[in-house]
Design a protein around this ligand. Structure first.
Ligand code: ZN
Length: 289
């Protein structure tokens, strides 16, 4: 009787594509289904849980990441993310100072012994200099959020400069100091505007986590849930100087504390960056003096 023939060399000589075609239809269907399920699960995990695998596969992004440019980009003077190895987040409150909520927010920050960065609007500083001074006296930081909260991309170059400078002039008249950090209203900008802000000596500050509190329909619970949904080392939390946010704040701070996060100001977070992006930020800030 003829011994059974070893088919391995024959199988090896057939391409994977052809081997796949030789399989019974039901088996092929199962394999395709498995691949689709894994791909869909990957996309779902990446989109909803921020695993970032799609970014991790991009060599250009990886190169920038290696240089720390995903945290602080020297060419744009754009601060996007804190140190990924430190258990810390930056609390930022935009649009104030508002008399309806600022004192309550300050009192909660005091209670939890944390500091925040307030991206204040020039005309609100002018209307409530006492609130501005108290915010600073309690160890918090003030940053530029324009003079009238006008979208910078809807303005001429001259109007844009005035929006930024007028807020700084107001701040200087109240405190005798200048502002160094800026967040464009509505985060509306383009490369030209970013270049312009940089040339005016400001670091543009982005955010990683939006609380959705600018939506008036958001309840304090929704604001807390959205803020806490995706917190990582080095997250920059975008909140507003609004009453509903003040109500949500104790739960946010309680949860951050329970998870071991330290709350810092934007300047402290810049100072805690890894060497390369930190040096780039220091070099930029020294160059404008
Ligand atoms: Zn704003």
């Amino acid at each position: 009787m003829k011994p059974p023939q070893d088919v391995t060399p024959i199988l090896k000589s057939i391409s994977a594509k052809r081997r796949f075609r030789l399989l019974p239809a039901s088996r092929r269907g199962k394999i395709i289904l498995l691949i689709l399920t894994v791909a869909l699960a990957g996309i779902w995990a990446d989109y909803f849980h921020g695993t970032g695998w799609s970014q991790n596969l991009n060599p250009i992004l990886q190169y920038h990441k290696l240089r720390g440019e995903d945290l602080f980009n020297m060419n744009e003077a754009f601060f996007a993310h804190g140190n990924r190895t430190l258990l810390e987040v930056a609390l930022t409150f935009d649009d104030g100072p508002h008399p309806q909520s600022r004192l309550q927010i300050l009192s909660i920050l005091r209670q939890y012994n944390v500091h925040a960065t307030f991206f204040d609007v020039g005309k609100n500083m002018r209307a409530h200099p006492d609130l501005l001074l108290q915010t600073i006296a309690e160890g918090n930081e003030i940053a530029n959020h324009s003079n009238n909260h006008r979208r910078l991309d809807s303005l001429s170059v001259k109007e844009r400069h005035r929006e930024i400078n007028d807020a700084d002039i107001t701040y200087f008249m109240i405190t005798g100091k200048h502002l160094t950090l800026l967040r464009p209203p509505g985060m509306r900008y383009n490369p030209e505007i970013i270049g312009d802000i940089r040339s005016m000596g400001y670091v543009t500050v982005g955010y990683t986590t939006a609380s959705g509190d600018f939506d008036i329909a958001s309840s304090p619970d929704t604001i807390a849930n959205k803020t806490l949904h995706w917190i990582q080392n080095g997250s920059i939390l975008l909140l507003h100087d609004y009453p509903e946010t003040a109500i949500a704040l104790p739960r946010i701070l309680e949860t951050l504390r329970a998870r071991g996060f330290r709350c810092v100001t934007v300047s402290e977070m810049l100072d805690h960056l890894p060497d390369r992006p930190r040096n780039a930020a220091v070099e930029f800030q020294n160059s404008k003096q």
